[in-house]
Design a protein around this ligand. Structure first.
Ligand code: MN
Length: 194
């Protein structure tokens, strides 16, 4: 099978970064999602949704809010390989995205749009999905709102009103630990720096 070099691969030196190289692409009936907390120069969260064998990705500077009145900016980034859903580690100084990455939440999710596939919903800029994570649950919308001239697309991530909506919860501050290792990104960073 011929493979083309993706933007993900072009941006990284796999001799230096501990991030997975990837390559596996397979259809899944129960797609996965992951939210990484990324302690980069500009700290942010990365929401990644498995769509057609890759992880469609958005950087969410403030992270998800469970308050349905709150809209969180989400900026698309390059697709990541499926293996990235399990990645937790420290990207070395000088490399693209340098800093600690933890698996802040993960699980399965499903498309709530009955009229079209996830891939088409993404192209249309209107995703509606149900998350089954450890921290994030219920219905969410991720909607493209356009882009300024010469700038990246802007999307908004919004919790939908359901039994999992909660205006008082602040999961990004009260539940900061990795669901994989129990560590915070600061602890992981400190370990790496020895
Ligand atoms: Mn990131």
């Amino acid at each position: 099978v011929a493979r083309t070099t993706s933007e993900y691969e072009r941006r990284r030196d796999f001799r230096r970064t501990p991030e997975p190289r990837g390559g596996r692409r397979r259809a899944s009936r129960r797609p996965r999602f992951v939210v990484h907390e990324h302690r980069a120069r500009s700290p942010h969260y990365d929401l990644r949704l498995e769509i057609d064998g890759a992880l469609a990705s958005w950087a969410v500077p403030k992270g998800p809010s469970t308050d349905p009145r709150v809209r969180r900016l989400a900026v698309p980034t390059e697709d990541h390989p499926l293996e990235y859903a399990d990645f937790e580690g420290v990207i070395p100084a000088g490399e693209y995205g340098a800093g600690a990455v933890i698996v802040w939440d993960r699980g399965r999710y499903r498309n709530l749009r009955e009229d079209c596939s996830l891939a088409r919903a993404r192209r249309e800029g209107k995703l509606s999905f149900w998350l089954e994570g450890e921290k994030l649950r219920g219905a969410w919308a991720l909607v493209r709102t356009g882009r300024a001239r010469g700038e990246r697309e802007r999307w908004l991530l919004v919790k939908q009103r359901d039994e999992h909506a909660d205006a008082r919860r602040r999961p990004t501050s009260t539940e900061p630990r990795s669901v994989l290792s129990g560590r915070t990104s600061a602890e992981l960073q400190a370990e790496a720096e020895g």
